[in-house]
Design a binder for this molecule. Structure first.
Ligand code: ADP
Ligand code: MG
Length: 234
């Protein structure tokens, strides 16, 4: 089917350190379709970060197959992984990872500088403005990140993740460094983006936020134990 963004089949990940083998993931099957909002939750050490690293091509699986928009990405060299990651993946981290020396505008524009063909200045300006608007931060384009609140910085990080029009937004504990009010605002932004078509996969240990996704995956000891669409209340 053409609307499948992500397809993982029977994914396993084994870490070998000295004489210890850790099976961080086993038999993981995940399909994410265009426009879906998936949450992954589970206790510490169950494999959430490992799964997100594999989804984001920061690491390769030990076994199984993985395709992004139909393209087999199961075993890539580091260079190929970096190229496809830039093209297809938008990342939002718990720590916002903005560059303090750059303006908000330049932070958001950054991923466009790594495109195969550098876009024109006009394109960059229009695209950055569109993304800042999506996170309701247009009025802060000329500020530096450290002049903004944590919640505002996370919204800028979301705009940056969206600017190169990725296949999917991967989000790791987006509210981990925020007070609950800013956390709620950031989650509202993600919900609104999803309503307007952005495909999202989010890792969170917060059950309340996990419930905002329409598909909730539960991981336990590296295996998916629950995968059910939310029943829509009528
Ligand atoms: P979570 O994010 O759910 O807390 P992780 O994905 O970080 O869990 O870890 C899953 C398991 O894999 C844990 O047992 C962890 O110790 C192990 N693990 C994660 N990364 C590595 C690594 N680079 N080397 C060795 N073991 C690792
Ligand atoms: Mg983790």
């Amino acid at each position: 089917m053409t609307d499948i963004k992500i397809e993982m089949k029977n994914i396993g990940k084994v870490f070998e350190t000295d004489d210890v083998e850790t099976h961080a993931l086993r038999g993981v099957d995940i399909v994410i379709r265009a426009g879906e909002y998936i949450s992954i939750s589970g206790p510490s050490g169950c494999g959430k970060s490992t799964l997100l690293s594999l989804l984001g091509l920061l690491d390769m699986p030990s076994s199984g197959s993985y395709a992004i928009e139909g393209l087999d990405v199961s075993s890539l060299s580091l260079d190929e992984a970096a190229r496809i990651r830039n093209e297809k993946i938008g990342f939002v981290f718990q720590s916002f990872n903005l560059i303090d020396e750059l303006s908000v505008f330049d932070n958001v524009a950054l991923p466009l500088q790594y495109k195969k063909e550098l876009p024109t200045d006009e394109f960059i300006k229009a695209r950055v403005e569109t993304c800042l608007k999506m996170v309701e931060m247009s009025h802060r384009a000329d500020h530096k990140p450290n002049q903004l609140s944590g919640g505002q910085q996370q919204r800028i990080a979301i705009a940056r993740a969206l600017v190169a029009d990725p296949a999917i937004l991967l989000v790791d504990e987006p509210t981990g460094n925020l007070d609950s009010k800013s956390g709620d605002t950031v989650m509202a932004v993600l919900a609104e983006l999803n309503k307007n078509g952005t495909t999202i996969c989010m890792v969170t240990h917060d059950a309340r936020y996990a419930n905002m996704a329409n598909i909730q995956l539960k991981l336990l000891d590296g295996q998916i134990v629950k995968d059910e669409p939310l029943k829509v209340a009528v």
